[in-house]
Design a protein around this ligand. Structure first.
Ligand SMILES: NC(=O)c1ccc[n+]([C@@H]2O[C@H](COP(=O)([O-])OP(=O)(O)OC[C@H]3O[C@@H](n4cnc5c(N)ncnc54)[C@H](OP(=O)(O)O)[C@@H]3O)[C@@H](O)[C@H]2O)c1
Length: 273
C-alpha cells in the first residue's frame, strides 16, 4: 500500500531510540523528510548517520527547546505535515512513595510536552493546508495498573487520550487529524533497562538482561505471545499519519498483540515461579 508520504515533513519526538526511532525509519522508507528530537547527542548522531534524518537536540520538558525546535522546522522546511509526539516515560511506584518531583515530571514529559509542541507546530501545519498529529500514550492510560502502580504516569497518559479527542474537534476545520496510539508492552531496550534498574535497584550485565527477558517472556506471557516490537508500533503510526487513514481522527487506538498479558514491570516485581 502506498501511504503517499513522499515529500511530507514529519517531526518525531524521542525519535532517536525505541518506538520513535522505528517510526523515523519507517517514515523515511515511505519517502518522508524526517526531523527527530531527543536529548542524547550520540543517539541522535547515530540515527542521523544511519537514516539520513535531520536531528535536533531537544529536551521536550523545556519550553525554550520546544521554541527552538519549532523555529528550526519552520526555517528549514517551512513547517511540518506530521507531528509524532512520542517522547515519554513511565514511572512505577507505590502511591505513597511518589514524590512531588515524580508527579510533576510525569505530566511534563508526557502530556505537557505533547500539548506544548503541538501548539507550536500547528500554525505551520495550518499554513501548509493540513496534516496529522499522532500522540503516543500507553496502556496505563486506559487500564488500572498493578503493584507497584502507575498513579503518577497513568493519569498523564490518560490526559493524552483526552487531549487528542478534544484537539481533533478543534483542528478538524483546518484539515488536521489527531490520533492517539496506545501501545501495550513494547520491547525497547532503554525502557526495559530503566524498569529493570528500578525494580532490582542496580544495572544488569548483558548476560543477566538476556536471561531475565527470556525467562519473563517464557513464564509471564500466554503461549505464543511476545512483547511488541518497535516496528509493529511504527507501522501503525505511519499508517495513521497518512491520508490512507483519512476517516480517522480523535480516536485512541490500542496496539497490543498480547491482550491481558503481564505488564513487564509487574513481571519484574513478582518472584520467579
Ligand atoms: N515501550 C513500552 O512498553 C511502552 C508502552 C506503552 C507506552 N509507551 C510509550 O511510547 C513512547 C516511546 O517509548 P519507548 O519505549 O520507545 O521509549 P524509549 O525506548 O525509552 O525511547 C524514548 C525516546 O524519547 C527520548 N526522550 C526521553 N526523554 C526525553 C525528553 N525529556 N526530551 C526529549 N526526548 C526525550 C529518548 O532519547 P533521550 O533519552 O536521549 O532524550 C528516546 O529517543 C513513550 O511515550 C512511552 O510512554 C511505551
Amino acid at each position: 500500500m502506498d501511504l503517499g508520504l513522499t515529500g511530507k515533513v514529519a517531526v518525531i519526538t524521542g525519535g532517536s531510540r525505541g518506538i520513535g526511532l522505528a517510526t523515523a525509519e519507517c517514515l523515511v522508507k515511505e519517502g518522508a523528510t524526517v526531523v527527530i528530537a531527543a536529548r542524547r547527542q550520540e543517539h541522535l548522531d547515530t540515527a542521523a548517520a544511519r537514516l539520513g534524518v535531520d536531528a535536533v537536540q531537544v529536551d521536550v520538558t523545556k519550553n525554550a527547546d520546544l521554541d527552538r525546535l519549532a523555529a528550526h522546522v519552520q526555517e528549514r522546511f517551512g513547517g511540518a505535515d506530521i507531528l509524532v509526539n512520542n517522547a515519554g516515560t513511565g514511572t512505577y511506584k507505590p502511591f505513597l512513595e511518589v514524590t512531588d518531583e515524580d508527579l510533576e515530571y510525569g505530566m511534563a514529559i508526557n502530556f505537557f510536552a505533547q500539548f506544548r509542541l503541538t501548539q507550536r507546530l500547528v500554525p505551520g501545519m495550518i499554513a501548509r493546508g493540513g496534516g496529522a498529529v499522532i500522540n503516543v500514550s500507553g496502556r496505563t492510560a486506559v487500564r488500572t495498573a498493578y503493584p507497584p502502580g502507575s498513579t503518577c504516569t497513568g493519569p498523564a497518559k490518560a490526559a493524552e487520550v483526552r487531549f487528542s479527542a478534544d484537539l481533533a474537534m478543534e483542528l478538524k476545520p483546518h484539515n488536521i487529524r489527531v490520533v492517539c496510539i496506545v501501545p501495550g508492552v513494547v520491547m525497547t531496550p532503554d525502557r526495559f533497562e530503566k524498569w529493570e534498574r528500578e525494580a532490582l535497584g542496580r544495572e544488569l550485565t548483558v548476560e543477566e538482561v538476556a536471561s531475565l527477558r527470556d525467562r519473563l517472556e517464557t513464564e509471564k506471557l500466554p503461549p505464543g505471545a511476545q512483547w511488541g516490537k518497535p516496528s509493529e508500533l511504527a507501522d501503525m503510526i505511519a499508517f495513521v499519519s497518512s491520508d490512507r487513514a483519512s476517516y480517522l481522527s480523535g480516536e485512541s487506538i490500542i496496539v497490543d498483540g498480547s491482550p491481558g498479558a503481564y505488564s513487564y514491570v509487574r513481571a519484574l516485581n513478582e518472584p520467579a515461579t
